[in-house]
Each structure stands twice: as C-alpha cells, then as structure tokens.
Write a protein that binds this ligand. Structure first.
Ligand SMILES: [Zn+2]
Length: 147
C-alpha cells in the first residue's frame, strides 16, 4: 500500500454507490446502467438522466479508456497531498462511452506512487487501463496505467 497518511477516503457503505466500491475491492470496474433504457452513467446517481427511471443495475466495463484531460495540482493542497506534490490527476473517458469520465491518478504500475510519472510526459488522448490499489481493508482506489 502506498496510501499517504491523512488521505481523505470515501465512505464505502452508502447504498448509492456501495456496489462500485464492492466491485473495486474485487478488481472490477463497474458503472450504473439504467434498468429501463440501458444508458450507462457515472458518477452514480439515483435517476437516469436520459429517461428518468429509478431502476438500475451495476455493469462491468472494460477498464480501458483514454486520458481526456489532466492537471498537476499546485499548493495550497491538503497536507496529505502537499507532501507528494507535484503529482498528476487525470480524467479518463471510458472506452464504452466517452461521456463517462472518471478522475484518478496515472501511475507507472499498480500500487505505484501518484507522483512517479513526470507530468511533462502525460499526453491527452493516451490510452490507459484501470488498476486497483487496496489502500485500506474497505477501500480500493481505481488508478490508471498507460495501456
Ligand atoms: Zn434510462
């Protein structure tokens, strides 16, 4: 584990997104899928933005995508992140639907630190795939490596 001391962590027992975190612990990336029209959506929310249905399931996606954008955060930062700056935060568009975007970090390999990639080498459009890092017993975070 490379979790930085003091890193804010998500609640994993909220019924609205608990299935996402359960899947992440299994090393699987899932997104909400409308039970009426089949529209995938992320981040999770109770109602389909396309047809307003409240029915949904959680369906696996490939975990492949492309870097849609990225930033290199600068101070002021939360103390947990200040100690590892500069690091990257990337936005990934998923292969199944480019309108589905997830925020994470580009790492060299699963479990690697979020500051080991030189930000000058990150390019929008680069193919990436998801990896998971189990940072606590409850929380596995999706991170990304170059595909
Ligand atoms: Zn729908």
């Amino acid at each position: 584990m490379t979790m930085i001391e003091g890193t804010p962590l998500p609640s994993t027992d909220d019924p609205g997104d608990a299935p996402f975190w359960e899947a992440a612990r299994r090393g699987e990336l899932v997104v909400q899928t409308c039970g009426a029209c089949g529209q995938r959506r992320f981040p999770p929310r109770p109602m389909c933005p396309k047809c307003q249905s409240l029915e949904h399931t959680w369906q696996p996606v490939s975990g492949e995508g492309r870097i849609w954008s990225f930033v290199v955060p600068h101070p002021p930062l939360l103390p947990a992140f200040a100690q590892v700056a500069p690091y990257n935060v990337i936005v990934v568009e998923l292969a199944e639907d480019p309108s589905l975007r997830m925020v994470g970090n580009l790492v060299a390999a699963a479990g690697g630190p979020i500051n080991e990639i030189d930000p000058a080498t990150i390019a929008i459009g680069t193919p990436v795939r998801v990896v998971f890092e189990q940072v606590t017993d409850d929380v596995a975070l999706a991170r990304w490596v170059v595909a």
